[in-house]
Design a protein around this ligand. Structure first.
Ligand SMILES: NC(=O)c1ccc[n+]([C@@H]2O[C@H](COP(=O)([O-])OP(=O)(O)OC[C@H]3O[C@@H](n4cnc5c(N)ncnc54)[C@H](O)[C@@H]3O)[C@@H](O)[C@H]2O)c1
Length: 310
């Protein structure tokens, strides 16, 4: 197979200034295949605990340029609408377009649900979810005008339900739903929106796991960030064959996480007891269908015209 390249494409990778980090690995791979890259990172979230060192967008951009690639650094925060706009402007000013957006920036603090403060919970939503919303919303009109775009949102396997991860996982699960909705809206406009569920030894892993954590030791030994990036790059490529999918890419293992619905049963004289009696049919996975985006015909819905709240 000939190399998949990104010549002439502009890619933004948010939160890509750390080393080691997933964002850096994605940015370096895309640049090595011809993309001009915006390396975005605020350096360090002032409220995060236990993060080793500081990320530097400029350092990663320098690394890319030193290797013969094209890159600029950007230090705006994804967590505000203005920050999202500024990041997209950096791409437009430097390279004149935005073709690929990898929403990778995030924060993570683990805690039992009852002890996490409202502030810490809200911050996961503001950075991990709304950060992607603001960057997508700023990039969207440019992708629409071009009739082309690739967006990759970074979810996490925690969204499937991990104890002590409610805030982080909620932000990632919502990001998965955002991915599906934008995939449905983007499809007729040449914009594909997918999700990546990575895993790697990074500053975030060091900050969230105890030094003697077996998982941290495993990720240090077996999960270099670079092994998550080829799947991200494929989802970012013109040839990307899917839309609205979540691809897991950890340590060289590439898989698909998907939504599915069982056949269940239909009973119009439904009672609580019918549900109880026929529960096995509700749960039976034989014949279950994968739920694709756009499977439901919404053309007859006739959504009311939007009026912005004042
Ligand atoms: N490391 C893993 O095993 C793992 C597993 C699942 C998902 N993820 C996800 O992968 C992505 C990359 O994480 P990582 O492990 O490389 O961690 P990381 O901490 O090295 O990378 C995240 C980067 O985002 C930056 N950042 C934080 N807030 C920002 C903001 N407001 N604006 C711009 N940048 C900001 C940080 O400075 C940091 O450099 C994250 O979305 C993370 O949730 C990581």
């Amino acid at each position: 197979m000939t190399d998949l390249r990104f010549d002439g494409r502009t890619a933004i990778v948010t939160g890509s200034g750390g080393n080691p980090s997933l964002g850096r690995a994605h940015a370096m791979l895309l640049a090595s295949r011809g993309a001009q890259v915006v390396v975005n990172d605020i350096g360090s979230d002032p409220e995060m605990r236990n993060y080793p060192g500081t990320a530097s967008a400029e350092t990663v951009a320098d690394e890319i340029r030193a290797a013969g690639g094209r890159a600029v650094a950007d230090t705006n925060s994804v967590a505000t609408p203005e920050g999202g706009q500024a990041i997209i402007s950096t791409a437009l000013d430097a390279f004149g377009s935005v073709d690929i957006l990898v929403n990778n920036a995030a924060i993570s603090v683990g805690a039992p649900f009852e002890v996490m403060t409202p502030h810490d919970f809200q911050r996961h939503i503001d950075v991990n979810l709304m950060g992607a919303v603001w960057c997508c919303q700023a990039a969207w009109p440019h992708m629409q005008a071009k009739g082309y775009g690739r967006i990759v949102n970074t979810t996490s396997s925690s969204m499937t339900g991990f104890a002590d991860h409610a805030a982080y996982a909620t932000s990632k699960g919502a990001l998965w739903s955002l991915t599906r909705c934008l995939a449905a809206e983007g499809a007729p406009q040449g914009i594909k929106v997918n999700a990546i569920s990575p895993g790697a030894f990074t500053r975030m892993a060091c900050a969230t796991l105890e030094d003697d954590s077996p998982l941290l030791q495993h990720s240090k030994a077996k999960l270099p960030a670079e092994l998550s990036s080829p799947a991200v790059a494929y989802l970012s490529h013109e040839d990307c064959p899917v839309n609205g999918e979540c691809i897991d890419s950890v340590g060289g293992v590439v898989q698909r996480t998907y939504m599915s619905r069982t056949t269940g049963f239909t009973e119009t004289a439904l009672t609580i007891e019918t549900v109880a009696e026929r529960w096995d049919e509700v749960m039976d996975q034989v014949g279950a269908e994968t739920i694709g985006i756009g499977d439901m015909d919404t053309s007859e819905w006739k959504i009311r015209p939007y009026e912005a709240a004042r």
